[in-house]
Each structure stands twice: as structure tokens, then as C-alpha cells.
Design a protein around this ligand. Structure first.
Ligand code: HEM
Length: 472
């Protein structure tokens, strides 16, 4: 059967669709309204970005639990240069290197670079956790000091979480080099500039007026030269300080030193920093928005499993005894996946099945794209899909559902490997998410957010510290 939907009039309809997507309907309604119109969760759409600067927006959206996983099937889908869809930022953004995220599994370099990433995580693992713990303690001490000064009613924490994400990753991969010695407090900003310009055409809505945003950011690719200076400074810092990992890339994986370096910067900056800068605020938002009773229950589980020892080492030993923590973090990843879209190009002609059992013909070369905002809220799989239900993944039935969460470009029950395109940091990301929440409730009995909090920008109104009575 032919895929329903229409690309409309060349250029004009694509531009209209882009305006719907960003400014008129919004990302979720954009897809929902088209599902309704064409009565299908597999349909033709114009993806962003669009003409004039990006001539090939036509693709097929996969918006249900049955069709979406075809994106993980290497035999059907080619992941070459589709990390963010039809737009491929110039390699000049990454020192002239085409980084791992843009490579397909059939390219020889993919497996080698992915093994390099696994080895980075393995060799630096304990350091990541201890740096995270230290940076988190310092971020929370900063929040408490601001609260105690009494000058503010509530504390916006997004920028502190950005600092945390930046510092712990950079320090871990450089063996403890302090980025502030080189960048002052501007490290995260330099990284954001580099990321922002590189992905401007597909970035979420900014605070700029729509016309300016459209003309400035989304009409044509921005020249890498704009962010050459910040990127060279960041890459220079890694070149000077991450020598042990670059040596490892060269000796153990046969990589050119510059290739190892720019891949390392991409993994830390785009995969890690960008991912955590979205994940940590939404973890705090969803957990701290829950009732006092829930926070007591979650905190009780964490403190019961870890006792007085809040160290990362103890955490790793105790994590299996914290099922509610695991379920809660996974529920945040379901309701607010940090990366919303996944893409792939059909390697050959094949048939894809939609959630309602219809079969559609996909032709070789067609761009396929899935939206997790819809798939991870597919009502045929998840009860009350738009509600945050922290217990959702508990018990035998809950564990069955874990496979239906796709934040990592794969099922949550699948394992990342050099033979697939699943997030290389999947287990690490889950660990950091759980450690983040555990550290919060080892320190506080409850957290209250201000009414102006949003998942991307939580504002803390009050923190109730653990009392001696609770500890004993
Ligand atoms: C790829 C999510 C953090 C390493 C991906 C992809 C997603 C993702 C969705 C697949 C993109 C695609 O091809 O469609 C996330 C999220 C993170 C995060 C949400 C944090 C919240 C990390 C970290 C690392 C990492 C910390 C490593 C230290 C990678 C690598 C790939 C990847 C190497 C490319 C895999 C490949 O090409 O085979 N990530 N990631 N990620 N991620 Fe992550």
C-alpha cells in the first residue's frame, strides 16, 4: 500500500509545513494533526529544515511503536549522514572530521570509533562518577548559599546544571584539568555557541522573534567560520589535556590523532553535554514536581539502600536495590526524551507495518524519521501516556514495558554495540541520571519548585534538608 499523505507544492508547502512545525502548531501538534488528517501513523511529511537552503525535506514519518523500530534495523536503514535528518552540518564544524554520529554501520570506521568511545567510558568510568559527585555537591552548595542569603524567593538552576554537565565531563576526560583555568566561567557558553550554530537550522524554538529566527537561523546553513574561534579553543584544551585518550585512540584503534581528538570533542560536547543539559533539568523538574509523599518514598528507598555512604562507589553497588529510582528515571526519559527525532534512509525497498497492522511500501533512498514525542506516548502501549507515572516500570508488567522506551536510538532493553547505532553512552547516561536523583535525595527530604518552573528550566522554591531523625 502507498504511504498516505502529501508533500504538496514543491518548496511552498515545505515552507508552510516548517512554519506549522515551529511557530503555528508546534512540534507535537504538527504530527498529531497530520495523523488525524490522513488517518495513519505512517505518513508522508516535509521534515525540517526546508528550502530555500535545504532542498530535500520530503520523508516518511514513523509515529507508532510498531513502525518506529525499523529505524534500528541495519539491514533496512542506512544511517549515513542522517544524525539530524536531511541536514548534515559541514565537517568544518568538527575540525574537518566526519564524526562517528554521521557514520553508517557499513562504514569501516564506525566500529573502530565506537569501540574507541566504549574504551573512553571504560577507562574513565570511575573518574566520571567521582567528578559528577564533586560537581553536583558544589552546584547544590551554590543553590543553598543563594537561598540562605535570603535575597531571592526562588533559584533558577538551569545554568548551574549546564556548568555541572560541562565540568564533570571535561574534567573526567582530561584527567582532572580544570576548564575554568582556561575559559573562566564561559566554558559552557563556548560549547553552546558551537553547538547552537552547527545545529541552528533544526534547533528548537529560540526566544528570538519568529521572523528573525527564521531568516537568521533556519533559511540557510550557517558558516562554520562564525564559531571557529570558540571551537578551536575548546579543541585546543582537549588537545593539550586529553592526551592519554588521544594516545589510546592512536595506538589502540589506529586513529589519526586529530580524528581521535575531534571525535572526543563531539562525544563530550554534542552527545554528552547537549544530552545532559536537557536531561538533568527535566529529571529535577519531574521528580520535584511530585507529591511530598512520593519524594519521601523515593528518598527512603535511596537512603535505605545507600545508608550513610553517599559515594559513587556505594551507589554502583546499591543501584539494583533501588527499583523505584530506576523506574522514575526511565519514566522521565519516556516522557521527555532528550533527543526527540531519529532518522534513517531506506537501503532498499521494503514493507513497514504500522500500529494498526497496515503495510506500506518504502522505496530505496527514502528518508524515514520517527518522533519520540509520539512514539513514547503511544496510547496503544502506555496507559495515561501524557501523565508522569514514576511507578510505571515496576513489577513484571512494568519490566515488559521497558522495551517500548526508545530514548537511546534503540529499545531500552537492547544493548549498544559497535554493530549498531544505539547511543554509545546508554548505560552511562542511565547511571548518571540515577546518581543525580540519588544525590538529591541523600541531601534533601523534599524539594519544592516555583510555579514558573518548566521541564527545561526548573526553579527551586525550597529545599528541606535531611534531618538527623530521618538519617537514623
Ligand atoms: C548516539 C542519545 C549521551 C555516546 C546517540 C543517539 C541518541 C543518543 C538518540 C542516536 C542518534 C542517531 O543516530 O539517531 C543520548 C542522550 C544522552 C547521550 C539523550 C544524554 C542524556 C551520550 C554520552 C555518550 C554518548 C554521555 C558517550 C560518552 C553516543 C555515541 C553515539 C550516540 C558514540 C553514536 C552511536 C553510533 O554512531 O553508533 N545518543 N546520548 N551519548 N551517543 Fe548518545
Amino acid at each position: 500500500m502507498e504511504v498516505p499523505g502529501s508533500y504538496g507544492v514543491p518548496w511552498l508547502s515545505a515552507i508552510k509545513d516548517k512554519l506549522d512545525f515551529h511557530y503555528i502548531q508546534g512540534e507535537v501538534e504538527f504530527f498529531k494533526s497530520r495523523v488525524k488528517k490522513y488517518k495513519s501513523t505512517v505518513l508522508k511529511v516535509n521534515f525540517i529544515p526546508t528550502p530555500p537552503g535545504f532542498p530535500n525535506p520530503a520523508g516518511i514519518a514513523l509515529l507508532d511503536q510498531r513502525s518506529f523500530p525499523v529505524l534500528f534495523d541495519n539491514s533496512k536503514v542506512d544511517k549515513r549522514d542522517v544524525f539530524v535528518g536531511s541536514y548534515k552540518p559541514s565537517d568544518a564544524f568538527t575540525g574537518g572530521v566526519r564524526t562517528l554520529a554521521y557514520l553508517d554501520t557499513e562504514e569501516e570506521k564506525h566500529a573502530r570509533l565506537k569501540e574507541f568511545v566504549f574504551q573512553i567510558l571504560k577507562s574513565t568510568g570511575p573518574r566520571f562518577l567521582s567528578e559528577f559527585e564533586a560537581e553536583m555537591a558544589s552546584a547544590l552548595a551554590g543553590v543553598e548559599a543563594e537561598m540562605e542569603s535570603g535575597t531571592k524567593n526562588s533559584i533558577a538552576v538551569s545554568s548551574k546544571l549546564l556548568d555541572l554537565a560541562f565540568n564533570f565531563m571535561v574534567k573526567a576526560v582530561t584527567g582532572g584539568a580544570d576548564p575554568s583555568s582556561q575559559f573562566g566561567s564561559y566554558g559552557p557558553l563556548l560549547m553552546q555557541l558551537w553547538i547552537g550554530v552547527q545545529f541552528a537550522p533544526i534547533s528548537p524554538r529560540t526566544q528570538l522573534p519568529a521572523v528573525i529566527e527564521e531568516l537568521l537561523l533556519r533559511s540557510f546553513p550557517l558558516p562554520p567560520l562564525i564559531v571557529r574561534w570558540p571551537y578551536d579553543r575548546i579543541a585546543g584544551f582537549f588537545r593539550d589535556n586529553a592526551t592519554a585518550l588521544i594516545d589510546m585512540g592512536e595506538k589502540q584503534f589506529g586513529l589519526d590523532r586529530e580524528e581521535a581528538l575531534h571525535n572526543l570533542v563531539f562525544v563530550v560536547g554534542v552527545n554528552g553535554f547537549l544530552g545532559f543539559s536537557r536531561m538533568l533539568p527535566s529529571l529535577l523538574f519531574y521528580v520535584a514536581s511530585q507529591s511530598e509523599a512520593f519524594q519521601q518514598r523515593l528518598g527512603g528507598e535511596i537512603r535505605g539502600a545507600m545508608g550513610d555512604d553517599g559515594s559513587a562507589r556505594k551507589f554502583m553497588a546499591a543501584v539494583e536495590r533501588m527499583p523505584l529510582l530506576k523506574s522514575t528515571v526511565l519514566e522521565v526519559m519516556r516522557i521527555a526524551p532528550p533527543v526527540l527525532y531519529q532518522y534513517g534512509r531506506a537501503r532498499r525497498e521494503f514493507v513497514v507495518e504500522s500500529g494498526d497492522g497496515r503495510e506500506f511500501l518504502i522505496r530505496k533512498g527514502e528518508l524515514l524519521g520517527g518522533s519520540q514525542a509520539l512514539v513514547c506516548r503511544d496510547p496503544t502501549v502506555f496507559d495515561s501516556p501524557d501523565e508522569f507515572v514514576p511507578d510505571r516500570f515496576l513489577g513484571a508488567q512494568g519490566r515488559e514495558l521497558e522495551r517500548c522506551v526508545f530514548w537511546s536510538n534503540g529499545r531500552n532493553t537492547d544493548s549498544t554495540s559497535s554493530a549498531n547505532k544505539q547511543c554509545g553512552g546508554k548505560d552511562f547516561v542511565e547511571t548518571i541520571g540515577r546518581l543525580f536523583v540519588a544525590q538529591l535525595y541523600l541531601r534533601y527530604e523534599s524539594i519544592k519548585l516555583g510555579p514558573d518552573s518548566k521541564p527545561e528550566s526548573p526553579v527551586i522554591k525550597s529545599l528541606r534538608k535531611i534531618s538527623v531523625a530521618t538519617r537514623t
